[in-house]
Design a protein around this ligand. Structure first.
Ligand SMILES: *[C@@H]1O[C@H](CO)[C@@H](O)[C@H](O)[C@H]1NC(C)=O
Ligand SMILES: *[C@@H]1O[C@H](CO)[C@@H](O)[C@H](O)[C@H]1NC(C)=O
Ligand SMILES: *[C@@H]1O[C@H](CO)[C@@H](O)[C@H](O)[C@H]1NC(C)=O
Length: 676
């Protein structure tokens, strides 16, 4: 080597080293900045000096045009809160739900735990938090989702609905085609990491993107003790179910993605195919709807070789799963209650054998062109699926659109090979397993009582005029509704997220508090309006403060859950943790956020947005409630419970929710017409 070239190489090395060092420093500065959450305590829309300087610095260190995963290494780690804080908050949360005597007993157990076993468990947990990227998430995924041995249908999977008031086409194949094409475009953006990271606070504070990694090419695989998630790097097809038959449909031809009209062509071929299901094929997917162990056994025994393995592979390794459903569903304003309840139930469980519940998600398209999603819960939480769904709903009628006659735009392909019918050889023994899984699933599905309410009396717009956070307002209304519904209060779960931290998922806000109970009681006594308003403000403030704690890693439920697991690993019995972890959540709630508001024109096309989604009841005698705040004037509630419980009735609870919302609004004596 000449001197010159040595100098050049040296220069490049030093330059590269410097560059790496700068990036490293930038990352770590950004990480320290993002560990500060003081901005959350500003009043909405008001920034103090400290927050403003902080925000400026975050912007400087964030770089320009970040991609989906750009911030991952700059996200702080989820901290382990002190045992003392968790105990205090825990006792506070159960105080309104326990008689004095019971509470004193619990207090004793908690004190004992805090002094004796707690510190030891905490030490191990701290240790874990130093080497793991998140001290909760791997355990959460394994113990909450994958180790569950009961059916995932209804119990774990959840659904998303589409527009309620707008039907772009009545052609099933065309609707499916636009949606599939939009989903494939989303996957391409994801593969290139071109999806913009999600932010809080006016696009400043980035959230973790890890949950996007297993959206496609993914299936849950049943096992004996635990299931696993299988994700493949290559997947050029989708799997389609129609009237008891399975098809494999390639999404590429001549090295390019199929266009909407071409996908429609493939869907039309499937719809026109008159062949009968093969023996045992029709209800095959019921295996994914029943208990996990029989499915694991059947899979090992009957699907490990030959054409059964090949066909199963085609489903499990598909990009995602599509059902061309042979029922019609649609919100019918002449029959609002039954039509929506039936639509929800169909998305949640269908006929128990017409969705592949193990796939990361199923796109379900009904015979008259309505559609929806059913998603498996292990790989991600609802906002991630919601993000994809918002993309699809914004593409479908506006950007992709339909021709006059309801077909997709574009033209047919002259020589596209047709879909491939999957081949099965299903023995009688296997058919018996399918039959018994179907029976288990049917019993579960038939028991679900769904009720959907598009609540249009008022929405976020008026709630903000009351100077109450919309989420707190709704949560307090749910507490009041529940108190009227059952005459008592119960442990309440509200999902919040911890994606401000690396690989964060959710935290629980225990939204039944001393304050909400005091308010609900005041509403059924004859307290004055002023007294009630004061209690309402207190309850809302308490709620917001808990929500902040949960989002900043100071919640209590994930901490308690992990302490419990450590105690299990160490073989230590903790009567305190055992009791805490076995308390049922009789009211389980979740807000579906609308994340890409810019995709929708809420002013001119308020009908062109998702109407949210829902999930099954969590406790046998409890309620599940999911809600989405759409624009300024609409809130959709999705309520579920079990018909077999004499204590619950989704429709009764629904009217209690409506009444509670109206009663709380009335306290403010806003004259609706004047304000609008
Ligand atoms: C899924 O498969 C496609 C096609 O083979 C591939 O391009 C893509 O990277 C895979 N996606 C993920 C998230 O692994
Ligand atoms: C399906 O859509 C058609 C219009 O395309 C409508 O007439 C029919 O009532 C819908 N079916 C149901 C069950 O809502
Ligand atoms: C499974 O159930 C169906 C209907 O309930 C019945 O027709 C079929 O014979 C059953 N198959 C087996 C193998 O038991």
């Amino acid at each position: 080597m000449t001197d010159d070239s040595q100098r050049v190489v040296g220069g490049i090395l030093v330059g590269t080293g410097l560059w790496v060092a700068i990036i490293f420093v930038m990352r770590n500065v950004l990480k320290s900045l993002l560990s500060w959450h003081g901005w959350m305590y500003n009043r909405h829309g008001h920034m103090n000096i400290k927050s403003s300087i902080w925000m400026f610095l975050v912007r400087v260190f964030s770089g320009r045009k970040p991609m989906l995963y750009s911030f991952q290494s700059a996200l702080p780690r989820l901290p382990v809160p002190p045992v003392k804080d968790t105990m205090r908050q825990y006792l506070e949360s159960v105080r309104p739900l326990m008689e004095d005597e019971q509470f004193q007993r619990m207090e004793g157990l908690a004190k004992d735990f805090e002094k004796n076993l707690g510190p030891r468990l905490q030490w191990y947990l701290k240790l874990k938090s130093w080497w793991a990227s998140n001290y909760v998430s791997d355990w959460w995924e394994e113990y909450i989702y994958l180790r569950g041995r009961g059916p995932i249908m209804v119990n774990s999977n959840y659904y998303a609905m589409e527009f309620l008031y707008y039907f772009p086409t009545h052609l099933q194949a065309a609707r499916a085609a636009n949606a599939i094409h939009a989903i494939m475009l989303y996957r391409r953006k994801l593969d290139r990491a071109e999806i913009k990271p999600i932010y809080l606070l006016d696009r400043r504070v980035p959230l973790c993107s890890a949950q996007w990694e297993r959206m496609f090419n993914t299936s849950r695989i049943p096992g004996q003790e635990t299931d696993t998630i299988q994700h493949v790097a290559e997947s050029k097809h989708i799997a389609v179910f129609h009237r008891g038959r399975f098809f494999k449909v390639y999404m590429f031809y001549d090295g390019r993605l199929l266009l909407p009209r071409e996908i429609e062509q493939q869907m039309e071929r499937i719809l026109a195919d008159k062949s009968e299901p093969q023996t045992g094929e029709q209800a095959l997917a019921a295996l994914t709807a029943g208990d996990r162990v029989p499915w694991a056994n059947a899979r090992a025994e009957h699907f490990a070789r030959g054409k059964n393995k090949q066909s199963l592979d085609a489903i499990e390794k598909a990009a995602f799963f599509v059902t061309l459903d042979d029922t019609e569903q649609r919100y019918d304003t002449a029959n609002p209650v039954e039509s929506l309840d039936s639509y929800a139930k169909s998305l949640l469980h269908g006929k128990c054998y017409d969705r592949w519940f193990d796939k990361s998600f199923n796109l379900i398209v009904f015979k008259n062109g309505t559609m929806g999603l059913n998603a498996e819960h292990t790989w991600a939480d609802a906002p991630i699926v919601g993000h994809l769904w918002e993309h699809v709903l914004s593409m479908d009628p506006l950007k992709l659109g339909y021709a006059e006659d309801g077909h997709c735009k574009g033209s047919l392909h002259p020589n596209l090979p047709g879909p491939q019918r999957l081949q099965w050889d299903i023995s009688e023994e296997c058919q018996n397993v399918i039959n018994s899984s179907l029976n288990v699933a049917k019993a579960l599905a038939d028991d679900v009582d769904c009720h959907i309410i598009p609540f249009s009396e008022f929405g976020k717009g008026l709630i903000k005029k009351c100077r109450v956070s919309p989420d707190a307002f709704i949560q307090i209304a749910l507490q009041l509704a529940h108190f009227r519904d059952k005459g008592k209060f119960c442990l309440t779960y509200e999902a919040s997220m911890t994606r401000l931290f690396r690989e964060g998922r959710t935290e629980t806000v225990r939204s039944c508090t001393m304050e909400t109970c005091a308010f609900a009681r005041a509403m059924i006594r004859d307290d004055t309006r002023e007294e009630r308003l004061k209690l309402l403000k207190d309850a809302a403030e308490k709620h917001q403060s808990m929500y902040r704690l949960a989002m900043t890693g100071q919640g209590i439920d994930r901490h308690l859950f992990c302490l419990y697991l450590v105690s299990k690993y160490l073989g230590e019995e903790s009567p305190f943790l055992k009791e805490v972890l076995s308390e049922p959540w009789r009211l389980s709630t979740s807000q579906t956020p609308l994340q890409q508001v810019e995709l929708f024109d809420l002013k001119n096309h308020p009908e062109l947005v998702s109407s949210g989604g829902g999930f099954g009841p969590v406790a046998d005698d409890g309620y599940g409630v999911s809600y989405i705040i759409v624009g300024e004037d609409l809130i959709n509630f999705h309520i579920s419970s079990k018909k077999s419980s004499p204590e619950t009735d989704s429709h009764r609870f629904g009217s209690n929710i409506k009444q509670a919302m109206l009663d709380i609004l009335n306290l403010f004596q806003l004259d609706k017409k004047n304000v609008k």
